[in-house]
Each structure stands twice: as C-alpha cells, then as structure tokens.
Design a protein around this ligand. Structure first.
Ligand SMILES: [Zn+2]
Length: 193
C-alpha cells in the first residue's frame, strides 16, 4: 500500500490517511489530524476534537463482508465523514460513502447517520450474473464515476455494487435495453443516490 508522510508532523502511514492541501500556490501533504488542526485554526473553531473511528465490517445483501475505514475531515464550517473500502492497492475501488454535518456536530451522531446510509446501499444490488456475465438486474443503476487509471483514456470507469465496472462493460449491459429511454442524473458524493 502506498505510504505517505506528513509535511507538518512527519508522521507516516497509508496514503488514504493523508490529504494534499494547497495554499498560496504551494501544496503540502498533511495527515488528517494536522489538516483538521490547521482548518480549525483557520475557521476559528475552538475546542475542535479530531474524530477517529475504528474500522467496521458490514454485510451486503449477498452476505459478503465489506470492511470500511472512516475519515473525518473538517471543511470550514462543515465536517465531512467518509467511509471507504480498501480494495487492495486500489483506493478508488469499492464502496465509498460520505455525509456532511455541521463542524460542531457530535461525530458519533454523524457516524450513526452514515452507517444507516451505508446499510441502505448495501441492501441493494444493481447487477446480477446471468450466464457468467453481469447484467443490470432491474431498471435502475446506482454507482460512482471514477478515473479508469489510464492518463490517455478519455473515458471513466464506474463503481457499481462496490465493484469496478469498465465503461465498455457498462455499455454492453445497456444493449439489453435497446430502444429504451434513460435518465442520467449526477449527484454530489454526500447525497443519497
Ligand atoms: Zn501531521
């Protein structure tokens, strides 16, 4: 797993526990604790306590386990709480959830809301295997757009049911709906899809 080092306190750890923060044209890598400390000073939030949560395992509708890690980032007057899976080295794969609350919200209350959101998502499957090939199970697909890992490719990939689905493979699934209409709506990561 890629390691990072904090430019402020020199702590090292897995890259997902660090953020790149830019100010005055320079970029620094900060651990989340240092990022939140600086943000709290910047936003004049006194007594802000950096939230930390232990990883949590949840089961999806097919009884598969998913291990989620949490990250609480102070974004000015808002606290963003994110849950993500570590699918090997690929930090962009797997389920990912976000919820936003007031900066002075009780982190455990926000965590409770986030877990409810995660459970609602894990109770749904949008793809099903049909003769060894994935197909769209019903008529709605929810997922996330991600970079496909290729600098030169002008197409994204998608994450559906927590798994990476190539753009072409999603296109192949849509062939089953030839002649149908569709509605494509983009939603902020903190909204409920
Ligand atoms: Zn640090």
């Amino acid at each position: 797993m890629t390691q990072s080092r904090c430019d402020r306190c020199s702590t090292t750890g897995p890259a997902h526990d660090f953020v790149s923060a830019g100010s005055d044209g320079t970029w620094r890598v900060l651990c989340i604790r240092c990022f939140n400390t600086e943000m709290a000073q910047f936003a004049d939030l006194h007594g802000f306590e950096h939230p930390s949560f232990t990883p949590l395992r949840l089961r999806d509708v097919d009884d598969n386990h998913h291990e989620f890690h949490f990250c609480g980032l102070l974004l000015g007057d808002q606290l963003s709480l994110e849950a993500f899976e570590l699918a090997g080295d690929d930090e962009a794969a797997g389920y990912r959830f976000q919820i936003l609350g007031e900066a002075d919200a009780e982190p455990s209350a926000l965590l409770g809301q986030l877990i409810q959101k995660m459970k609602r998502a894990l109770a749904l499957k949008h793809l099903q295997a049909d003769a060894g090939r994935l197909q769209i199970a019903n008529t709605t697909v929810r997922g996330r757009v991600e970079w496909n890992g290729d600098e030169n490719a002008r197409q994204p990939c998608t994450i559906i049911d927590g798994q990476r689905i190539k753009w072409n493979d999603l296109g192949a699934m849509l062939l089953a709906f030839e002649g149908w209409q569709f509605r494509l709506e983009m939603l902020d990561p903190s909204d409920e899809a």
